[in-house]
Structure formats: C-alpha cells, structure tokens
Design a protein around this ligand. Structure first.
Ligand code: FAD
Length: 403
C-alpha cells in the first residue's frame, strides 16, 4: 500500500502497530519520547534471577505465533505442573472456591443468560445480579481484581467488556465465540518479556525510521502532518496531550499499583502452582501473587523461589509501613510462619492503569467522536492503547492489526 504512517509512542502498542504496517509495506516513522522502546514492559536481570517490570506473559494465539516466527523469537511455555491456580477464600487456598450448585449456576449463566449492561451499576453489583453473590465474591472479584489492579466496586462491566454486545441479545458464550483466534495459554520468552521488545525492535529497525528522545510538538502542529497519525501513548500522557480539549471532570481515572518480586528459599504453597488470587476482606492486602519460578524455567537462581505480588496503592494504610512488611504479613497469613526473603525488588507504577469504570467508557466515546470529526476534516488520526479495546498484550496486538 505504501502509506505514510506516523506512530507516536514506542511502547508495545506502538511496536505492534509498526509491525503490522511494515507487513503491509507502509512507510512508518515511530516517535518515542524516552530513550528506550517498550514502554512499561521490560525485564531486569538481578543476582537472584529475572524481574519483570510489568507484563509477565502474553496470551498465545496463532497470529501471535506468526509474529514471533517473523521476529525470530521462540516462546517459552509454562511448566505443566504450574497449571494449578488457587483462590484464597474463607482463610484457605482453594482451587474451586464455590459449591457445586454455584458452579452449575455459573455454567448456566455463561451459556444461557443474556448480557445486559447497566450504566448505573458498578461491576460488583452487576456481577452479583448476573452470577450470584458467591461466584462474584469468590471467583470474579479475585480474578478481575488481579488483572485490573483494583477491586470490583471501582470498575464497570461495560468498560471492561467493551467489545461485547450488552444490549440483552447475546450470551457470554456467544460473545466469547465471536472473538477470532483461540488462545493457547500464556507464554513468555527465555530472557523474559524484555525479549519480546528487543526482538521486535531488531526486526523493525531496518524497516522503519525510529526517533527516540522525541519531544512531541503541540497537537495542533501534529494535526498538520501529512499521512496517517496514530497515537499509541499511555492514557496518562494522552490526557496531557489533549490539554483543554477535554474538561477536567471528563478526565478518566487512573490507578497506581506496586509489583513486588520476592526471591526466597521457601515456597508459598505446598504444591507447584501458577499463583494465588485474593478475594476481598479476607485479611490479605495483595490482589494476587504469581509463582514465577514455578511457571517458567530460568526465573530464579541458586535454588531460590521467585514470586511477584501485586498491590493496589490503597494497600498501604500507615505512613510508616514498608511494602516489604506488608508483603511478609500477607505471606505469613497464608503459610502460618514468618520467613525472611533473600531479596525483594519493588516497582512503583503511578497512574499506569486506566480505571475501567463509567468515566473510561464515556472517555472512549469522546475519543470516537474526536477521531470521526478529524477524519471528516481529512485528518486521518486514530488512538490505540489499553484504554481502548482491552488491557492485555493479545488485545493490543489484535486491535493494532485490525485497522
Ligand atoms: C504491572 C503490570 C503487569 C501487567 N501484566 C500483564 C500481563 O501479564 N499480560 C498482559 O498481557 N498485559 C499485562 N499488563 C498490561 C500491559 O503490559 C500494558 O497494557 C501494555 O504494556 C501497555 O503498552 P502501551 O504501549 O499501550 O503503553 P506504554 O507501555 O505506557 O507505552 C507508551 C509509550 O509512549 C511513550 N510516550 C508517552 N507520551 C509520549 C509522547 N508525548 N510522545 C512520544 N512518546 C510518548 C512512552 O514513553 C511509552 O514508551 C501489565 C501491566 C502492568 C503495569
């Protein structure tokens, strides 16, 4: 096609978009404000093993496999023994924390109940109505909270399932089946997720122009550029780029989280597992923990065990508490014994996630209008990122590939 494409933002979204355009033979320039590409994704090598800074894995599909083949990267599949996923409910670890009756109700809801979103309900009350209180508290709350970095009452279903028809016509099963390409589970890479960034960059470097340390011009200047303009910056940066085009009360909410990678000699659970998700009000302040060294080989050295704990900002209740002490308290609650870690690495992410609530839904409608207004004036501009069509890398890969 050979079109001129300007991609602003060199995180994984910008890199994926650049990849799709090079496959079509377009002429791409990528503008990144920092000196490094990859955005939040990156892997640090420390004395004890690998520390992921953000994403720990990507959902593998046939389309992602083709991209990995192109960039010459071999996926690392999880150990089979790490399939076990635990929920922490009623003070104990459980693989299925609901009764058989509640389980049957869940299957019925997924297969037969029509989805109807309600803009006045938060996710917790919507899910309780849809699935019942037990399934919501013991399965949906921990599962969704661990991924979206907060609790259900701060989220809204319509914003999370933005691709679903919530008008009462379809069931969840019908919506799931609509999604093209089956996921074959989570994968990572031999040197962690940083491998994905470095291989994509190596693949793209000879094919596109990359401008790092790029100081963004004003939006008015950018709108004069010839060619297609594609914003792939985080929501936090976008709010500042939009400036007074958006009213303060229309600005979406942002969430801050901490991820803490802990290396130690003792295992959190008796059996090898993928990790544990925590229900609300169960005495644990973390949203979830991943058993890194159980999941992927090569994550910890010298017989050490590696875990990554995820905390919402609100988990720190006292000024003089440390994140290390909060983690050790949570851990002791599960194992019933105090332990000392060999090393702890904390990553602070301020305003890194959009809050998937009503405001984000409204903000996306506002962005839709901006895009079509500009397109009607002959300016081909589009916005991509985890605030548009889903938080995970698979969604980002698919949304950037679908334009
Ligand atoms: C702790 C954590 C764990 C996660 N775990 C997973 C997981 O296991 N699996 C999964 O699939 N997803 C996971 N995610 C989500 C996923 O990592 C993110 O959704 C994704 O990486 C976001 O990428 P992005 O490129 O859209 O944004 P970013 O990574 O924020 O990149 C945006 C880029 O734009 C640049 N930029 C900003 N402003 C400008 C400007 N004005 N001009 C030029 N450049 C600019 C920034 O410097 C940055 O490089 C996780 C996220 C976090 C934070």
């Amino acid at each position: 096609m050979n079109e001129k494409i300007h991609i602003i933002g060199g995180g994984i979204t910008g890199l994926f978009l650049a990849y799709h355009h090079t496959k079509r033979g377009d002429s791409v320039t990528l503008y990144e404000q920092s000196e490094k590409l990859g955005g939040v994704i990156g892997t640090k090598t420390v004395e004890e093993g690998l520390v992921e800074l953000a994403a720990n894995g990507v959902l593998f599909t046939d389309q992602i496999k083709l991209m990995l083949d192109d960039i010459g990267l071999t996926p690392l599949f999880p150990n089979k023994a790490a399939k076990r996923r635990y929920f922490w409910v009623r003070g104990k670890l459980s693989r299925l924390p609901i009764s058989i009756l509640a389980g049957l109700k869940l299957v019925y809801t997924i297969g037969f109940k029509k989805i109807k979103f309600n803009d006045t309900q938060n996710f917790e009350s919507w899910a309780s109505q849809m699935f019942g209180i037990s399934v919501t508290k013991n399965i949906i709350e921990p599962a969704i909270g661990g991924v979206y970095g907060t609790r259900l009452d701060a989220l809204q279903a319509e914003s999370i399932f933005s691709n679903w028809d919530g008008s009462g016509k379809n069931t969840i099963l019908q919506e799931i089946k609509k999604k093209k390409g089956k996921s074959l589970g989570t994968v990572s890479f031999p040197q962690g997720m940083g491998d994905l960034v470095s291989h994509l960059v190596r693949y793209l470097e000879p094919k596109i122009e990359i401008k790092t340390n790029y100081q963004l011009q004003t939006l008015d200047e950018i709108l004069k550029w010839k060619g297609k303009i594609r914003f792939c910056i985080s929501l936090k940066s976008l709010i500042s780029v939009l400036g007074n085009r958006i009213q303060e009360n229309e600005q979406p909410n942002l969430l801050s989280i901490r991820t803490i990678t802990r290396f130690g000699t003792s295992h959190l659970t008796k059996k090898t597992c993928f990790g544990v998700l925590f229900a609300k009000n169960e005495g644990i302040r973390a949203l979830g923990v991943l058993s890194n060294s159980d999941i992927f080989p090569g994550r910890a050295k010298h017989g050490l065990h590696s875990e990554t704990w995820i905390y919402p900002e609100s988990a720190k209740q006292l000024e003089n508490e440390t994140w290390e002490s909060i983690l050790e308290k949570d851990r002791e609650h599960i194992t019933n014994k105090a332990d000392s870690p060999k090393a702890v690495y904390i990553t602070s992410w301020n305003a890194v996630f959009p809050a998937y609530d009503r405001k984000l839904y409204e903000f996306n409608r506002f962005i839709d209008v901006l895009e079509s207004d500009w397109i009607s004036k002959g300016i081909d501009i589009r916005f991509f990122g985890n605030y548009r069509k889903g938080i995970g890398l698979r969604s980002l890969f698919e949304s950037t590939g679908s334009e």
